[in-house]
Structure formats: C-alpha cells, structure tokens
Write a new protein. Sequence first.
Length: 224
Amino acid sequence: MRPWILLRLLGGLLLCSAQFPPKPEGITVLRSQFNNNVTISYNETFICETTPGVRGFSGYVHIPPNALAEHGIKNQTWEINTFFWFFEARKDPHNAPLSIWTNGGPGGASSGNPLTYNGPCKVNPDGNSTYLNPYSWNNEVNMLYLDQPVQVGLSYSTFHKVTVDRVNGTITPLPEGLPVPEQNTTLIVGRRPANDTYKTSNGSVDAAYAMWHLAQAWFQEFPE
C-alpha cells in the first residue's frame, strides 16, 4: 500500500473516532469517605432556576459494582450511576431543610419535574425558554430530584456507542473494534445508555439499598 494512502486511511479513522462526544470538561469530582469507590461528579446549572443568588447543580452519584453485596444482594455486577438535579431553597438555603423527590414505583424519572409541577420553572409555549414558578417547592426547602433506580431517566449502568438512522429512527449498537461509519444527513453516531433491563434493581428493597449508599455519599460529601 502506498504511504499516502495509508496516511489518508489513518486520518479518516481518527476523524471518525473523534465524532463521538468527548468526556465533559470542568466537572467537579468528589470521592466519598464512607466508601472510597463511591464518587459524585457534578457541575453548576444555569437553567430553570434563574432567581438571583439561587444556585442549582446536576450530576451523578457513581456506585461501583458489588457495592450492595454487604446487604445480601449478590448479583449487582454493574455500576449504578444515579442522576440528580439539586436546587437551593430561595429562602435561607443554608438553614432550610432538604426534600428528596423520587417519582413512584420505583421506576419513574424525576429529571423532568423541575420544569413542571413542583419545580423552579415551567416551559414557555415556544418550547425554547422557561419562566419561574412562583409556587415551586424550593421556595422553602432545598430540593434534590433523583432518577432511580438505575436505567430510569438519565441514570445508567454503562454507555454504548451507537449509530442512529435519522430516517426511520433505528438505533444500532456499534461493537468495539469496528470502524465508525461516516456521518451524513441521515446517519449519525453517538453514545447512549445501555438501558439493559437486566442491570437494574429487582424491586423496592434493592432500590432502597442503592438509595442508602447514595444518601451516605451525598450528605457526607456534597459541599454546596
């Protein structure tokens, strides 16, 4: 093979691999003193809650595989990455109590609640902007919204590389080691949660133990 052809092929592969979104930058990561393998990664948010001086944060609590074994749960062989969205109270947040909101089941995502119902904002009819909710629960309390158990909402166990057919909406996993197809107007590539129904809590008891680990890390480490 001619050298210039090889260089072009290598350049194409590097370009294709760069099509996948890079890891986010500027993320704060905290390691739990309760369990050295449990971490919290988060960033400050500037949408939805726009009351001057009131802050919001979103991110994940990462629980490693087999963390629930001490509770008799032997088959948790996957990570539990639980999404949260936290909003300070509008009144005296340092002394206000904390309320944790989880949609029922378990099995319902809570990440949409901040923009509806009891959250700090609501979506305008244009779908591109929000307005403050004067009756938000975070008027009086700090609010922590959780997507739980794992695989619900934005919570996940692992990410997969996929291709998306924009014509029919088909999402196809891309096995590791295979070349990345070229993107065009009808085919795009990216990462998405595995959404493996076998890698989630088998019931309320399992979900409760995972929540307990999350709470230990959150109350001990989250500084905001």
